[in-house]
Design a protein around this ligand. Sequence first.
Ligand SMILES: CC(C)(COP(=O)(O)OP(=O)(O)OC[C@H]1O[C@@H](n2cnc3c(N)ncnc32)[C@H](O)[C@@H]1OP(=O)(O)O)[C@@H](O)C(=O)NCCC(=O)NCCS
Length: 215
Amino acid sequence: MTHPHWPLWDLRIRTPRLELRPVRESEMADLSELIDGGIHDPATMPFLIPFTDAPNPQRAHDSYRFWMGCWAGWSVESWRLVLAAYSDGRCVGSQDVQATDFPTLRTVTTGSWLGLPHQGHGLGREMRAAVLQLAFEGLGAQRAATEAFEDNVASRRVTESLGYHRNGSEVVRRRDGRAMVLRYVLERDDWEPRRRDDIALDGLSAEALDMFGLS
Ligand SMILES: CC(C)(COP(=O)(O)OP(=O)(O)OC[C@H]1O[C@@H](n2cnc3c(N)ncnc32)[C@H](O)[C@@H]1OP(=O)(O)O)[C@@H](O)C(=O)NCCC(=O)NCCS
């Protein structure tokens, strides 16, 4: 049974280790708590938008504005789906996927983070694989892109191990310094041999697909 008004909220991605679901009010509270517990060494900044540098309550308000803004700004032309990842019923992190002009360009970009206690156990790779399944199998993407700071070894390893290729770099400001961002892409042909048969997409109804501009 689909949600009567916002069918995207029925979406679930299930892997043997994780369930990913759209970020609604209770998921926002879970994710906010996780951020408060720490999602990276404060000495480093893994994010292009340094949202973890803000003190509370500003950080929490910024995060809620961001999550609610993703729903408020949703359109076929430009969308960002933020999913919360649960392992054994516990919230462990966030995985998002976004696109502009998706029905034509068939390209998504992704971003993710895990709570510190949940890092280094393969969950980062698992949730990226899950969202790639949604993009390629569920939505018919042709290309997935992502990026990471050069010194973010864990993020780069997740990306490289899933078959992405390097696609350039960029120098950006990070806090008060200069940092290198590496770009990667995964083409559909490179994803196909890695397609998993143990990841289930639930709730991707005709009504939900319509919200992506797909029939
Ligand atoms: C990036 C992140 C999502 C990766 O998830 P993860 O669950 O920690 O990573 P995994 O356990 O799946 O490990 C993936 C690979 O990275 C390696 N790795 C993990 N942590 C590492 C570290 N600190 N240093 C070096 N390698 C590391 C693993 O050994 C594995 O390598 P392999 O493919 O050779 O086996 C997670 O570490 C995180 O949330 N970091 C903080 C936020 C962040 O950086 N987000 C991404 C912004 S671009």
